[in-house]
Design a binder for this molecule. Structure first.
Ligand SMILES: NC(=O)C1=CN([C@@H]2O[C@H](COP(=O)(O)OP(=O)(O)OC[C@H]3O[C@@H](n4cnc5c(N)ncnc54)[C@H](OP(=O)(O)O)[C@@H]3O)[C@@H](O)[C@H]2O)C=CC1
Ligand SMILES: O=C(O)[C@@H]1CCC=N1
Length: 272
């Protein structure tokens, strides 16, 4: 592959570029990033040695693969001025934007070879999770290429249909924030119970890490792992009873439904 262009050099682009370079999947001089922020461009150039541009057209002009990493609300505005160049070159396009459908991406870019991905921020550490779906025109070699690129940031899962990607956004795309919220709340409660901020933070973070690693590596499911912590008549039982009494599962369900619905709205807001 000769050149990869990133349109938008923010949080997720940085995470993916970091993964690609760390894994040796792509060399820095094959990566071109466009972003309006001068500071952002400088940071990317300094951290990774990639080529940066203020002008999107310059970034995509020689690219065989274009990764769209701007906010969903910007997508139409960003793609329409690039349409003539993109439709003439027909690069593989990978969009990581929440909500924006393959149909709209095709309409605005003039490209048929499209992959929609939903990564998440742990991609920064190589432990990301990405859901993926491709348009019908995408050839097997292009699917393999997209898969290899995203695997540089963690695991990939190919979805049965595009309809599933909003659910992936609600689960793993936004999901890190749910766990961070729980960690924040646990730290605050630890302090209320008399621990120092530092002790509470240290213990909450290590507990999150340990629980995540156990859940990922155990040969039993999370319900059984929870049961093993919960001594009959003990402390965990009281805490879980409190969570269930406050309908934690319904709260999680409502939150994920809201995230899923918002993904659809982000696409509809941009209209045709
Ligand atoms: N953050 C996350 O956890 C995840 C995000 N995503 C998706 O990734 C995409 C990017 O999100 P994220 O990285 O968080 O957002 P960021 O705001 O960090 O990155 C977007 C970047 O695009 C730049 N930008 C704005 N306008 C243009 C333009 N016209 N041309 C080129 N670049 C432009 C922004 O610059 P400036 O800031 O100056 O406007 C910014 O640096 C979104 O579509 C989001 O849905 C997907 C999965 C997870
Ligand atoms: O909040 C958002 O819209 C993006 C998509 C998934 C995570 N962050």
């Amino acid at each position: 592959m000769s050149q990869i262009a990133f349109i938008g050099g923010g949080n997720m682009a940085t995470a993916i570029i970091g993964g690609l370079i760390r894994q040796g999947e792509v060399t820095a001089n094959a990566i071109r990033v466009s972003d309006p922020g001068e500071q952002q461009r400088q940071n990317l150039a300094q951290s990774f040695g990639v080529q940066t541009f203020a002008d999107n057209l310059e970034a995509v002009s020689e690219a065989d693969l274009v990764i769209l990493a701007v906010k969903p609300q910007m997508m139409k505005t960003v793609l329409e001025p690039l349409q003539a160049t993109l439709s003439a070159r027909q690069p593989l396009i990978i969009s990581i934007a929440a909500g924006i459908t393959l149909a709209n991406l095709e309409k605005w870019s003039g490209c048929r070879n499209l992959v929609r991905c939903m990564p998440n921020t742990p991609a920064l550490l190589g432990v990301g999770a990405t859901g993926m779906v491709a348009s019908e025109a995408v050839e097997i070699e292009q699917r393999t290429l997209a898969d290899r690129l995203m695997q540089a940031t963690g695991i990939t899962v190919w979805l049965k249909s595009e309809q599933e990607i909003d659910a992936v956004t609600a689960l793993s795309g936004s999901g890190p924030a749910y766990f961070f919220l729980l960690i924040e709340a646990m730290i605050e409660s630890g302090v209320k119970l008399g621990l120092s901020e530092e002790t509470s933070r240290q213990l909450a973070l290590q507990t999150a890490l340990g629980a995540g690693q156990m859940a990922a590596n155990a040969d039993v499911g999370p319900a059984e792992l929870r049961r093993r912590v919960t001594s009959p008549g003990g402390t965990t039982e009281r805490a879980i009873f409190t969570f269930e009494g406050a309908h934690l599962r319904d709260i999680v369900d409502a939150a994920m439904q809201a995230a899923n619905d918002r993904a659809g709205e982000l696409n509809r807001l941009l209209g045709d």
